[in-house]
Design a binder for this molecule. Structure first.
Ligand code: GLU
Length: 396
C-alpha cells in the first residue's frame, strides 16, 4: 500500500520507552514472565488524600471545560509550591497547566523554535526531547557526556556548542536516564556562559525534583540573570505516583506562558478537571507526605547498584536522583552471548528481553549508545529477580 502519511509522522521515531513497555506488555499477555524495568513509573498507588480529592471533585460536579491554562486556584497552588520548594517567584499568569510535563515541553518548543533553529540537548537526554524538537523543525544538537564526567557537561562544552543558530538549551536535573544531579555551583557555571548570549532560552525540566538522594535541588531560574529566559517544567507524575493522571506545568515569563496557552487552546484545551482538583490537594500537602516513596526509591537504588556491581562488564555511575541506572555495557559489543552476536546497545536490550525476560531501554534512544537504562521504580523482589536473570544471561 502506498504510504499516504505525512513526512512529519513518517520521520518521527516511536518513543523508545513506550515502545519497550508495549512490547513487554504484549509478551506478558502471551504468558511470558517478563519483568518490566523499562518504564519510569512509580509502582506505588496515588496517596489516598489525593484520590479522595478527586472523588470529591466528581461528587461536586467538576465536569465542565477547564480554563485552557488551568484552574486559577491550581495555578496559585503551583506558585506556592515554586516559592516553598524552589524559592522562585511566579505569579499565576506565568503558569500554564498541561496534560503532562511532556505537553509542557512540546508547547514550549513549539512556541520558541523556528524551522532551522538549533536546540542543544545534553546527552544522555530523555527520549522525547529530540523528537519534539524535530516536530518543530528545529535541529536537535547533542552535547555529549559520559560516565567519566558523571554524565554532566562542562561550561567549555556548552560554550563550544553554541552557534548563531542556537535558540534553546534543554537541561534536566535530576536527569532521566543517568540520575545525575547538577549542584548550584555547576548550574551557575553554565549560566555564566549563557549570560553572554541573551537570545538563548533555557528549558529546565525538573520533573524528578523530589526524587533526590543528597545534592540539594537547584532550579536554574533561581539564577537572577536566567529567570527571564528560563521555562521551568515540572509535574505531578513522578513524586506523587500520578503518571496516568497527566498533569504537568510550566513557570515562565508571562509572554511565553501566554503563547503556550494559545498553542494548547488549539490542540488539547485545558487539562482534565478531576485531575486538576486532585493536584491542588497534592501540592498543598507538605512534602513530608511523599517521603516514604523517596526513601523507598533510595533503598532500591542502593540494592540495584550493589547487585549490578557484581555483573562482569557493567560499568556504573551512582545515580544521585530519579529512579534509573544507566550502565555502560559497551564491553559486550562484538561479543557473542549464548549464540547471539551483540553489536550495540539495542541488540543488548533485545537480548535481555528475549533471554532474561527483562525489559530495559537502549541508550541509543537517549543519545548514549554505550548504555542501557534500567528503571528501579519496581518492587525489590522484581529488582532482585531481574538482576539475577540478567547476570545469568550475560555471564558464562
Ligand atoms: N518519562 C518516563 C520514562 O522515561 C515515562 C515514559 C515516557 O513518557 O517516555 O520512562
Amino acid at each position: 500500500m502506498i504510504n499516504k502519511l505525512s513526512k512529519r509522522i513518517n520521520n518521527l521515531p516511536i518513543s523508545a520507552t513506550l515502545a519497550m513497555a508495549a512490547k513487554a506488555r504484549e509478551l506478558k499477555e502471551n504468558g511470558i514472565d517478563i519483568i518490566g524495568l523499562s518504564l519510569g513509573e512509580p509502582d506505588f498507588n496515588t496517596p489516598d488524600f489525593i484520590k479522595n480529592a478527586a472523588i470529591k471533585a466528581i461528587e461536586d460536579n467538576y465536569n465542565s471545560y477547564t480554563p485552557v491554562d488551568g484552574y486559577v486556584d491550581l495555578k496559585k497552588s503551583i506558585c506556592k509550591k515554586f516559592k516553598r520548594d524552589n524559592n522562585l517567584e511566579y505569579k499565576p499568569d506565568q503558569i500554564v497547566v498541561s496534560t503532562g510535563a511532556k505537553q509542557s515541553i512540546a508547547n514550549t518548543v513549539q512556541v520558541l523554535v523556528n524551522p532551522g533553529d538549533d536546540v542543544l540537548l545534553v546527552a544522555p537526554y530523555w527520549v522525547s526531547y529530540s523528537a519534539i524538537v524535530t516536530l518543530a523543525e528545529g535541529n536537535p544538537i547533542e552535547i555529549r557526556s559520559d560516565i567519566s564526567s558523571d554524565f554532566k557537561i562542562t561550561p567549555v562544552q556548552l560554550q563550544n556548542s553554541i552557534t548563531s543558530k542556537t535558540k534553546l538549551v534543554i537541561i534536566n536535573s535530576p536527569n532521566n536516564p543517568s540520575g545525575s544531579v547538577y549542584s548550584e555551583e555547576e548550574y551557575k557555571a553554565l549560566a555564566k556562559v549563557l549570560e553572554k548570549y541573551p537570545d538563548i532560552f533555557i528549558l529546565s525540566d525538573e520533573i524528578y525534583e523530589h526524587i533526590n538522594y543528597g545534592i540539594p535541588h537547584f532550579s536554574f531560574a533561581k539564577i537572577p540573570s536566567m529567570y527571564d529566559r528560563t521555562i521551568t517544567v515540572n509535574g505531578l507524575a513522578k513524586a506523587f505516583a500520578m503518571t496516568g493522571w497527566r498533569v504537568g506545568y510550566i513557570g515562565a515569563p508571562n509572554w511565553i506562558a501566554k503563547a503556550c496557552t494559545k498553542m494548547q487552546g488549539q490542540i488539547t484545551s485545558g487539562t482534565n478537571c478531576i485531575a486538576q482538583r486532585a493536584c491542588i490537594a497534592a501540592l498543598e500537602a507538605p512534602v513530608s507526605e511523599i517521603k516514604y516513596m523517596i526513601d523507598e526509591f533510595k533503598s532500591r537504588k542502593e540494592l540495584i547498584i550493589n547487585l549490578l556491581k557484581d555483573i562482569k562488564g557493567f560499568k556504573l555511575n551512582e545515580p544521585k536522583g530519579a529512579f534509573y541506572v544507566f550502565p555502560d555495557i559497551s564491553s559486550f559489543f562484538g561479543k557473542t552471548l549464548k549464540k547471539k552476536k551483540i553489536n550495540n546497545a539495542s541488540d543488548f536490550a533485545i537480548y535481555l528481553l528475549e533471554k532474561a525476560h527483562v525489559a530495559t531501554v537502549t541508550g541509543e534512544a537517549f543519545g548514549s549508545p554505550n548504555n542501557i537504562r534500567i528503571s528501579y521504580a519496581a518492587s525489590t523482589e522484581n529488582i532482585k529477580n531481574a538482576i539475577q536473570r540478567i547476570k545469568n544471561a550475560v555471564e558464562d
